[in-house]
Design a binder for this molecule. Sequence first.
Ligand code: CMC
Length: 427
Amino acid sequence: MSKVATIEIDGKKYEFPVVEGTENEQGIDIKKLRAEAGVITLDRGYKNTGSCESAITFLNGEEGILRYRGYSIESLAEKADFLEVAYLLIFGELPTKTQLDKFYADIKEESAVDEEMKKILDGFPKSAHPMGVLSSLTSALIAFNPSSVNVDSEEEMYKAIVKILGKFPVLAAWTLRKKNSLPLNYGDDSLGYVENLHKMMFEKPGKSYKVDKEVIDALDKLLILHADHEQNCSTSTVRMVGSSHAGLFASISAGISALWGPLHGGANQAVIEMLERIKEDGGDTKKFMAKAKDKEDPFRLMGFGHRVYKNFDPRAKIIKKSADEVLGQLGVDDPVLDIAKGLEKEALEDQYFVDRKLYPNVDFYSGIIYRALGIPVEMFTVMFALGRLPGWIAQWREMRLMKEPIGRPRQIYTGANLREFKEVEKR
Ligand code: CMC
């Protein structure tokens, strides 16, 4: 028999169905609460609110589990490549070789960006943050592509998906090239998705392009680790914007803006800046630990803590190991890696962090790898966006296919009661 939750308000009892997921998570479906009892639920920051049912990503924050479509993040990071993971997230199954080849061929077919887009990019100052530029360019893509997608047409959906997967890396690379005063270029269809991205970002005019396999493998792994994370801030934004039936590109552009914030994807930039600051300050990690615990001080230990992980972020474990490997392979000796390890050790033994279950998150070590790969600090969050793109697409597609209603939370009004209007002279 299905479970029921009873809520009692002013002595009156109301019953609501309990929805159960495939991993036994349970949620009270309070859809009829207001209609029946005249009250709503209040949950600032949605700390305890499920916004949808989803079959894409499973996350257990208490046990530190992350799975895409049932596959553990550990196995995918070790064995899959980014494009396979993108296909898996979006369409639900790992692709066969034929399916994967077709998928990539279709993406490549759609990778060209209208030349007019270069004029838009030209309008930005070189000092503009790449995340702002990327969000604007993604939105500008709508001018050259259909603004909405007929979700009843599998073909139209597919077309929109391969278009954004093809054009997004070009735009991301252009934001970097603009910053570095390099001519805008296109990729090379003979390369894989990630290698092509790398080439578009770093190829120098007149120089032949060469890259170590280790660099591409490390980048591929980082993109996989960021590819989806269920209903986080940017993904919820993508779903929310899409729920008004705004098109895919508009929804993704909004997601990029949400990701930019330092409490979300922007943390990877903030972490490296914090580690640099500690280094320049003489490397006294204890001083910064004290600042992080001081409630009068706005300083937080960036890269620590997570809304849902109250245990190790499994992505952080993989990335930490990867940081050691990649820096070793590339012969890079980065002193901030030692500062990061020192901070982690102290935090894991500190009562404040232990009590609040604060562990390193995905962003704590990722910046150290990005930097070792030659990626500038301001591009770190763009790399996160490149990784998260398939997740955003998958979640948007699922939301539209499930015909989710428009997202529209309620509120408890705390403002003034009805007041008499006063003419300006009488105020
Ligand atoms: N440093 C110091 N104290 C912290 C930190 C931190 N990084 N994170 C949380 N706390 C404290 C917080 O002050 C609060 O203490 P108290 O209970 O005494 O008031 C308690 O821990 C709970 O924190 P919260 O802010 O209520 O938790 P939240 O779930 O709202 O926030 C978070 C989660 C990720 C925004 C937060 O941990 C944070 O700001 N971390 C630093 C930024 C960061 O690394 N963000 C990247 C997240 S992972 C990448 C992604 O998926 O976006």
